[in-house]
Design a protein around this ligand. Structure first.
Ligand code: ADP
Length: 447
């Protein structure tokens, strides 16, 4: 970056110097040209004022050619373009000048200025023609540098100055590049994390993004750490239980009548282990799937009704009645994930209920949204826990959760699935009165 900025600055400086040189030459030439014409005009007017008629001698007897000098050429052109007199002709016959541009223009407008290429290299001839009367034109002319001549004339000095300027620009570019880059380099060194970095305003959004991403990375690393610690802890308990009972049986310490009970404990701990492993695997699968959701049209009411039927026997055993209401609502979603979400919500509504309690599952449609509601008349959730129950392994009542086969991951899976579908979760709950969880899906989740 530094090299690139430096090269570009130097290139800009070089172009500017070259352009200035060219422009200065053009401007100088224009001024010079004007000056030459001014001089020629003054001479012509002077001669006209003196009433000069082509005589070779001035009034005081001086030789006119001497007076005019080598550089100034004076021509007097008469009727139909006949040359009466020309200081450069020296007695030679000169061709008719009637068709010369300056002569024609002067006859027409009173005066004229014309520049023509000179036989001399890099020189031009400047002509000024002045009408004296209807038929006579007085023309003054001189040879002077052309624009190319001027340019080549000043070239050595200009080149030297340009090189000097260029070297100065290179030095300045170097200093400027360093100053420009310094804040960016400081930023790169600190990784954009230091709060007080004196840098460009335009870089602030980038800094904010870096800080936010860094925060997210830290948060997710911490969450992963917590999750691993929680997983180990959760797995340890049933495993320790299995190990303990197995040891008792192995050492022959279990009485015959206890053996069946111990085997039962081992079995239920294994079931718990399996449920835990299943949920952990499921969560990591969902983590991987995030972002590439496979969708199909799903009839949500049909899924909900099937789930209610599937869990109704279980609910009946616990004295809980399960009800479903709702009409056909089709959404574009992942069928397997929705089944899982439904199962976890309805299962919780049954498990955290009381005998004689009820569970209502409803699907309603409003505009572009479809709402799935699972409402129970169970034990409810205290305000202080409501924020946290969607966290992994968070349980309000640990023993009840375990006793009913919970893993503490059900609602985390629900939240994950809802997030994948861009759905919004609403929770209303009151201790002793029951819980209502509503999930709002857009009909078209997959584009
Ligand atoms: P678990 O496997 O322990 O049920 P979840 O993630 O499904 O884990 O739920 C987290 C916690 O939220 C539960 O332990 C329970 O305390 C509380 N909870 C979930 N659903 C309900 C409900 N319908 N009524 C009361 N409490 C609930």
């Amino acid at each position: 970056m530094r090299r690139r900025i430096y090269i570009e600055l130097v290139m800009v400086a070089g172009t500017a110097i070259f352009a200035t040189l060219l422009l200065a030459t053009v401007v100088y030439y224009k001024v010079f040209e004007r000056q030459v014409f001014e001089d020629l005009k003054i001479c012509a007017k002077l001669l006209a004022g003196m009433g000069w008629d082509g005589a070779n001698e001035t009034e005081d007897g001086a030789d006119f050619e001497m007076w005019a000098g080598q550089e100034l050429r004076i021509t007097l052109i008469g009727q139909n373009g006949t040359v009466f007199y020309d200081t450069a002709a020296k007695g030679e016959f000169l061709e008719n000048h009637g068709s010369r541009k300056e002569v024609m223009e002067a006859l027409e407008k009173g005066e004229s200025k014309v520049v023509r290429d000179s036989p001399t290299f890099h020189k031009n001839t400047f002509y000024f023609a002045l009408r004296l009367d209807e038929n006579t034109v007085l023309r003054t002319a001189r040879e002077a540098d052309s624009i190319l001549g001027i340019f080549t004339g000043v070239l050595p000095v200009a080149f030297f100055l340009a090189m000097l300027l260029f070297a100065l620009c290179m030095l300045l570019s170097h200093v400027l590049t360093r100053r420009l880059i310094a804040p960016v380099e400081r930023l790169a060194k600190e990784g954009g994390l230091a709060e007080e970095v004196d840098t460009y305003r335009e870089l602030q959004p980038l800094l904010q993004t870096i800080r936010r991403q860094h925060g997210d990375i830290l948060k997710s690393a911490r969450m992963r750490q917590d999750f691993t610690a929680n997983v180990s802890h959760e797995l340890k308990t049933p495993l320790a239980c299995i190990q303990g009972y197995a040891e008792l049986i192995e050492n022959g310490m279990a009485k015959k009548e206890d053996a069946a009970r111990f085997a039962g404990e081992i079995r239920s701990s294994s079931i718990r282990l399996l449920a835990l492993i299943n949920d952990i695997l499921r969560l990591s699968e969902l983590d991987e799937q995030k972002g590439n959701l496979e969708c199909e049209p799903v009839e949500l009411s049909e899924l909900a009704r099937t789930c209610v039927e599937m869990l109704s026997l279980n609910a009946k055993k616990q004295g809980v009645s399960l009800m479903f209401s709702g009409g056909a609502c089709v959404i574009e979603a992942n069928r397997g994930m929705l089944e899982e979400l439904l199962y976890n919500l309805v299962d919780n509504a049954v498990r955290y209920n009381q005998s004689g309690g009820q569970v209502f599952v409803g699907v309603t449609e409003s505009g572009e949204q479809v709402c799935l509601a699972v409402k129970d008349t169970g034990i409810g959730i205290g305000k202080e826990h409501q924020e946290r129950i969607f966290e992994r392994f968070y349980r309000v009542d640990k023993s009840r959760s375990r006793a009913t086969g919970g893993t503490g991951l059900g609602l985390a899976i629900v939240k994950h699935i809802a997030d994948c579908h861009g759905a919004r979760i609403e929770l209303e709950s009151e201790v002793g009165n029951g819980t209502k969880i509503q999930i709002y899906f857009s009909k078209k989740i997959c584009k």
